[in-house]
Design a binder for this molecule. Structure first.
Ligand SMILES: [Zn+2]
Ligand SMILES: [Zn+2]
Length: 214
């Protein structure tokens, strides 16, 4: 009887120790503590460049399966700003439930290898003005998006490198006092931008996507 109790106690001890090892977050090595990471991309952002003064992060999009070759989806319309030589995605008008027109800008990517999809940015869900709001798309159908095709070679597989700008942690906490804690800092970016590069021909668009979200 006593031996049984001792054995089970030892098992509890071993189990607890094992659990602690398991609890280490997978992304810690890529994303050291104290850096704001948009939570919806925690599994998709590779090692980051981080500038604390700005504050600013930048990193490659990498599927959790390890693949960097991705297909990019946008709302379907493009424009060519005066300073650029190529067209880039632009927002479109959508109607909300009350019939009012809103701007919608979003970028999704799909992994070429495993077909996993992630919303990289959606102005109704992400950034300072939306991250605490109800999910806009919960009661509405998200419009079908269009696949980005390289204007030079017609290729669809690209590498993407997004960046995000934030308020300082102090500013964030003051702004959101009583609404959320420091763990949401990474979701409250006020700027999202991204460059992409065609895997097939190397065609690079530095300012492919950009959206001020606050
Ligand atoms: Zn994948
Ligand atoms: Zn190309």
């Amino acid at each position: 009887m006593l031996r049984d109790v001792v054995t089970s106690l030892r098992m509890v001890g071993d189990f607890t120790e094992g659990e602690k090892m398991e609890e280490q977050p997978k992304v810690d090595r890529k994303h050291p503590e104290g850096i704001p990471i948009p939570s919806h991309l925690a599994e998709w952002l590779g090692p980051l460049d981080w500038y604390a003064d700005d504050p600013y992060i930048e990193g490659d999009l990498i599927c959790p399966c390890g693949c960097r070759n991705l297909e990019f989806y946008y709302p379907g319309e493009t424009h060519k700003p005066a300073l650029l030589t190529q067209h880039i995605p632009v927002w479109i008008d959508v109607l909300d439930e009350s019939g009012e027109v809103s701007f919608w800008f979003a970028i999704d990517v799909v992994c070429v290898d495993c077909q996993k999809r992630v919303v990289v940015f959606d102005n109704f869900r992400h950034g300072t003005t939306a991250f605490l709001a109800d999910n806009y798309w919960e009661h509405q159908e998200r419009p079908t998006m269009k696949k980005w095709v390289c204007s030079d070679c017609g290729g669809v597989s690209h590498h993407g490198r997004p960046h995000f700008r934030f308020d300082s942690l102090i500013e964030f906490l003051n702004e959101n006092e009583g609404k959320c804690g420091a763990d949401r800092w990474g979701d409250a970016f006020h700027w999202f931008g991204m460059k992409i590069e065609c895997v097939n021909c190397g065609n690079r668009i530095h300012s492919w996507a950009g959206y001020e979200s606050g």
